[in-house]
Design a binder for this molecule. Structure first.
Ligand code: FE2
Length: 235
């Protein structure tokens, strides 16, 4: 579940970020790395909360994976990571954190959730702005049941499906789609960090392995969309 934000980011923020995309990427890499570190700091501070520890280790690994992906983009562009800078937004939020073990625990979780929600809002703005660079329209669905609900109502040309989803795996979502008359023919491109290659091959499913680069993703997506256009032209 994502916290809902009281205020929205100004609409021209994405244009501002895209104007200096290199700086955006370097800053974004540091956000991913900090998210991973925050997850591990919960593990260290609250080792007695075993359910949280399991989730936080998983979260930290995912964020580290994101950091690695963004780092590769940075390296491909001939750029370097930058040293950490003080973040006034985070500092102001941290000032609200109460003292006392339980209070601090709850407030730090809330602050992290707020930062995560703001990050997700802004990444969606960047995705919208990047969409203007291609002829495809994109929509982000946050979990398998949202995807199923949306796809049952709206036909799409391609679903990019992460193997690792909150509370499910991509193959389960795929199987559910294939059982539903409205989604049984929707083309799917999987993204996976797990070594599920044997299963993907056995079932003839198309996938990209994480970490992938943006060029690889865009070329695979265009190939799938072209194939889809050819199929609908011939039927
Ligand atoms: Fe992330």
């Amino acid at each position: 579940m994502m916290l809902s934000l009281k205020s929205t980011t100004p609409a021209d923020w994405a244009q501002f970020a895209l104007r200096d995309f290199d700086t955006f990427l370097i800053d974004h890499a540091s956000c991913e790395r900090k998210a991973s570190a925050v997850g591990m700091s919960f593990v260290v501070r609250y080792p007695d909360r075993s359910r949280l520890v399991e989730q936080m280790i998983q979260f930290s690994r995912e964020e580290l994976e994101h950091f690695h992906q963004v780092y590769r983009l940075i390296a491909q562009r001939g750029l370097q990571l930058a040293p950490d800078e003080e973040d006034p937004y985070v500092n102001l939020l941290m000032r609200e954190v109460r003292t006392g073990r339980d209070e601090r625990f709850l407030d730090r979780l809330l602050v992290s959730a707020l930062i995560e929600a703001r990050g997700a809002e802004r990444i969606a703005l960047i995705a919208d702005a990047l969409e203007d660079e291609t002829d495809a329209r994109t929509l982000i669905l946050h979990n398998g049941s949202d995807a199923m609900r949306f796809l049952a109502e709206h036909p799409i040309d391609l679903l990019i499906l992460d193997y690792q989803l909150p509370g499910a795996n991509g193959i389960d979502v795929y199987d559910a789609m294939r059982r539903h008359p409205r989604t049984q023919h929707t083309p799917v491109l999987f993204i996976t960090a797990n070594d599920k290659r044997a299963e993907f091959h056995r079932r003839g499913l198309t996938y990209i392995r994480k970490p992938f680069n943006l060029f690889e993703l865009l070329t695979t997506v265009s190939a799938r969309l072209d194939e889809r256009r050819r199929q609908s032209a011939s039927s």
